[in-house]
Design a binder for this molecule. Sequence first.
Ligand code: NAP
Ligand code: G3H
Length: 481
Amino acid sequence: MFKCVKKENHYCNLVNGQWMTTENTIDIFSPSDNSLIGTIPQMSQDDVDKIIKYAKESQNSWSDVPVSKRSEILHKAATLLEENCDELSKVLMMEIGKDINSSISEVKRTADFIRFTADAGKNLEGETIAADTFPGFKKNKMSLVQRVPIGLVLAISPFNYPINLSASKIAPALVGGNSVILKPPTQGAVSALHLIRIFQEAGVPDGVINSVTGKSSEIGDYLVTNDNINFINFTGSTEVGKHIAKIAGMVPMIMELGGKDAAIVLKDADLDDTAREIVSGAYSYSGQRCTAIKRVLVTEDVADELSSKILEQVKKLTIGTPESGAKVTPLIDKKSADFVEELIQDALSKGAKLLYGNKREGNLLHPTLFDMVTSDMRIAWEEPFGPVLPIIRVKDKDEAIEIANKSQYGLQSSVFTRNINDAFYVANKLEVGAVQINNKSERGPDHFPFSGVKASGMGTQGIKYSIEAMTRLKSIVLTID
Ligand code: NAP
Ligand code: G3H
């Protein structure tokens, strides 16, 4: 699909409608077999200046394009994405080591997302407000309130959903009349650049959508502190998110960051269903999801039974290469695998009971399950982003809530119980963006609001919410004499 001026499997950036490369390039290797996937440009700060200039200049004319036309272009992009699903899902699988079925789902989900966004953009409405409802004002004045674009959106996406979490920023920004610069993750850039190509082919005008790849240490801070950026839409780690929020200055942003989602299990839960949900939530894509279940808080009376049912499910997990469709595949890189191993060793050294796993072959970590995890262990608090799950036993729902809320994170939590009063009691007290009742934590469906509190982020994603965040209210006040 891609042709680039440099050489076979070199992927260029889209800058003002042209596919551009640089002298220096970055090699992208597959996390599962270390084969070379391709090379990407290593852009400089000068390149960033040019991209920002073009993106800024093109925004006005894009905002003049009728929303119905913008929506039509997005529909075309969704269709193209689906037509290229085979190729894209393979690229995704190779580049980020996501199993083939989940890679196909990511592409299809993204097409659905773009289509839904295209329609939602047409439903954005303004309002008129009469002045005479406020004391001292007469009927002769009114405010005509409408949504207008915010300007130039900088979208920064993470490695684990390079297509979906890029598109979920780009599509709402575009339908809202903004121009966009995508800074994809380096590992994931090849997939994301295919997506950019699709938006271009669908008819997004030159300069309205652009991409920039390179070393974050060279261009990251430079990009986020540029005065011409009007909105930063970031998904990634809490560490990088906090850093960007500190240096970026007075620019609105959405930050979707890390998580330590708890599954709280009460004594009357359906333990078979609960165990299945927990294992699917904790281990799919080897736990490399912000919404993965990252700890189980179970009341002592059912802890033995639950842990053996979870163990039963963990043993059924398939382990292997992404091509084989296995659920547990090699982690994204050695550094990540080393980190997960550190957490496992710490738990073992402090007396956690290993029920399964703790086996490593290169970057492939076998699914690992611990029981009897206590609050002095790092695995009780830190986000592993790998296939390891701690079970923490609690005396009752209040202790579960207390431990859940002690985390620095606040993305999602689940509560498993047949008692609706207990479900709401727990849900109301949890300090998170969303609570799932009798379900694993997860972002979708994508038109639901998705947000984190505390170190898990700020602002809200979700189709309508993303469009609202990347547009602003502007009012024109009419006074009739
Ligand atoms: P990451 O290391 O924070 O990277 C995220 C993005 O930020 C990448 O594109 C990265 O580019 C870029 N970046 C790094 N430093 C930057 C800087 N100074 N300025 C501008 N951009 C910079 O995160 P990751 O490892 O890709 O993703 C895993 C993390 O993301 C986990 O903590 C996970 O929980 C979180 N996450 C959260 C959500 C959510 O919705 N809450 C969703 C997915 C993932 P390079 O790759 O070039 O460094
Ligand atoms: O990794 C973070 C994603 O936002 C999680 O999305 O729940 O659909 O896997 P997901």
